[in-house]
Design a protein around this ligand. Structure first.
Ligand code: HPA
Length: 247
């Protein structure tokens, strides 16, 4: 069966609820091992693949995720559209904890990651157009699916991708805000760019776990709060995906 959709789960999403007839696939890639086996199954009779970006036990930190292997594996299984689910911190006033956003722009502050399939020796050099880092049609479908599912989402926002695994300083977040970032996360890049290099449709569901440093009232960011907020926000994801697949 052709794959209808691939989902890359982030922090707090290690298994996808409602996936039936599951098989687990270990995919051998030219870039090494994926973060976890790819879990293939069905949602409402549509073929879906799920991959836990940080591994199923959250053993892989953001800067050590093998983004190339993950994206390559999903493509090799026949995926042509991919949804990245990412936990983020909120910077803009309407991006508080538990809000769900579908960002439309990216600024990449990461370093030392393999950011391109061109990094391999002998690979063809490609300069992809990345003016719109997320596929406009897939973003629109996600927004429509969220509306059908009755899930409130913020349409748009600029995702600032930081290196991690530590959270940012207040000064770093102040800089990101000046740069125009509305959200901050550690895993949005290079995943989106790698997907574009393989001509995959790609869009992001950003789950806001906390106010980014200096944006809320609290002096410190509590990890317990991050996970509690994420548990709540993550509940929106299967609803949006089911509505997307039913379209
Ligand atoms: N910064 C970066 N990544 C994150 C954050 C944050 O505040 N919260 C969840 N992921």
């Amino acid at each position: 069966m052709a794959l209808d959709l691939a989902i890359v789960g982030g922090t707090g999403l290690y298994q996808f609820p409602g996936l039936d007839n599951v098989t687990r696939r270990e995919i051998d890639t030219p870039y090494g091992a994926t973060s976890a086996p790819v879990v293939c199954g069905e949602i409402g009779g549509r073929a879906v693949a799920f991959l836990a970006r940080h591994g199923e036990g959250h053993s892989v930190p953001p800067h050590r995720v093998n983004y190339r292997a993950n994206v390559w594996a999903l493509h090799s299984l026949g995926a042509r559209r991919v949804i990245g689910v990412n936990a983020v911190g909120g910077i803009r006033d309407d991006m508080g904890p538990r809000v769900v956003a579908i960002p439309d722009q990216v600024i990449d502050y990461t370093h030392g990651r393999f950011t391109s399939f061109c990094d391999a020796d002998g690979a063809e050099v490609r300069h992809i157009d990345f003016s719109e880092p997320y596929t406009a049609t897939l973003r629109r479908e996600l927004l429509a699916a969220a509306a059908t599912a009755g899930v409130a989402v913020v349409d748009g926002g600029c995702y600032g991708a930081t290196q991690g695994p530590r959270l940012e300083t207040r000064a770093e977040i102040a800089r990101l805000r000046r740069d125009g970032c509305d959200l901050v996360g550690m895993t949005g890049m290079p995943e989106a760019a790698l997907a574009r290099e393989l001509d995959l449709d790609y869009a992001c569901i950003a789950l806001i776990a906390n106010w980014a440093a200096g944006c809320g009232d609290e002096a410190e960011i509590s990890l317990e709060e991050i996970f509690a907020n994420l548990r709540e926000a993550t509940a929106a994801v299967p609803k949006i995906i089911a509505a997307l697949l039913a379209r």
